[in-house]
Design a protein around this ligand. Sequence first.
Ligand code: DAH
Length: 371
Amino acid sequence: MKDSAKNASMTDIASLKQELAHQIESARDTKTLEDVRVHVLGKSGQITALMKTLGQMDPEERKTKGQELNALKDEIAALISSQESALKKQEMDAKLANETIDITLSPRPAATGKIHPISRTMEELVSIFGAMGFSVAEGPDIEDDWHNFTALNFPPGHPAREMQDTFFLPDTPGESDPARAKKLLRTHTSSVQIRHMENNKPPHKIICFGRTYRSDWDMTHTPMFHQVECLYIDKGVTMAHLKGCLTDFVRAFFNNDSLPVRFRPSFFPFVEPGAEVDIGYVKDDKGGIRLGAARDGEEQRWMEILGAGMVHPNVLKNCGIDPNEYQGFAFGCGIERITMLKYGIPDLRTFFDSDIRWLSHYGFDPVESRN
Ligand code: DAH
C-alpha cells in the first residue's frame, strides 16, 4: 500500500472521532442529524470510504486498522442513535407544547340535519296514541284490490272507487281470485285495517302510518302523500269512544284544550255511520287563520281534517269477525294536511321538493323537545 494513501486514510482516527462527535452533538434537529449520518456512514460517507481502504492494506495492518475502524463505526453509530432519541423527544415535547387544547373554548355546534315535518308529525302521533294504548301496525304500499277496496266494502264497480283513482300494476300471474290478482298503489291506509284484522285476533287497537297514492296534482294534491289510520275494535266500543278519542287527539296535537271539534255525517263504504270531522278556526285581520274557538264578534269557521266512523259490519265479516260480538271505530287523516295547519306551511308540494333551504326553515332539530 502506498504511504500517501495509508496516511490519508488512517492518520488520526482519534481526531476524526472527535470531529464527528462534535458534528453529531451540534445537530439541533433530526433532519440535520440525518444529513450527518449520511455524510459519515452512508454509501460514500467518510467512515465507509475509510473501510474501503482496508482492502489495499497488508494483512497485519488490516487487522489492527480494521478493529480500530470498526470500533469507530460502532461508537459513531451509537452516538448518532442516542442523539436521535434526544432530538426526537425534544421535537415531540415542542409539538405537544404548541398543540395544547384550549378547554375554555365553547363547543362548536356539530353540523346536524333536520327532521322533516312529516317525520316530526308521525313522532308526535306515536306519542299521543301511544299514551292512549295504541300500537303501530304496518302494511305494504303495493296493495291488491281486495285489501284496498273489496274487503273495505267497495264491491267491484262501486262508484266510491271513482273517488280514489290510483296507479295500477300488472296482475299477479297465476292468482285465480281477481281481487287478489289486481295490484295497485294503495289509495289509503285503510287497507292496513284489513291486513291487521286478518292476521290478528280481536281486540284491535292500532294506528298505522304510510305513503298513499292517487293520480292528482295541484296546490293541495300530490300523487303521493301520507296518511295515519286508527282502528279500535273491541266488545262494546261505541261512537262515544270515537268522539272522545278523536277530540283528545286533535286537542293534544294542536296544543289547544278548547279547540272546537265537529262531527258531520258523511259516507265512506267501510263505516256506518260515517263522519267527517272538522276543527274550528277564525280568520284574523292579516288574512291568516287562527285555529280555535271564535271570540266575541268573530265568526266561527270550520275546516275538515279527517274521515271517521263505526266500522261497517261487512268489513268485520270480511275479516272473520262476528259483528254481533265486536264493534269499533276507525278514522283516517292526511298527515301533510294537519302538519301544514300546525306549522303554517302554505304549499303541499314543497314537502316533496327536497329543497334543503325549505328543510332548514321548516325542519326540526333532532334534539329539540316535543311541542
Ligand atoms: N280512507 C279514507 C280516505 O282516504 C279516510 C277514512 C275515512 C278512513 C273514514 C277511515 C274512516 O278509517 O273511518 O279518504
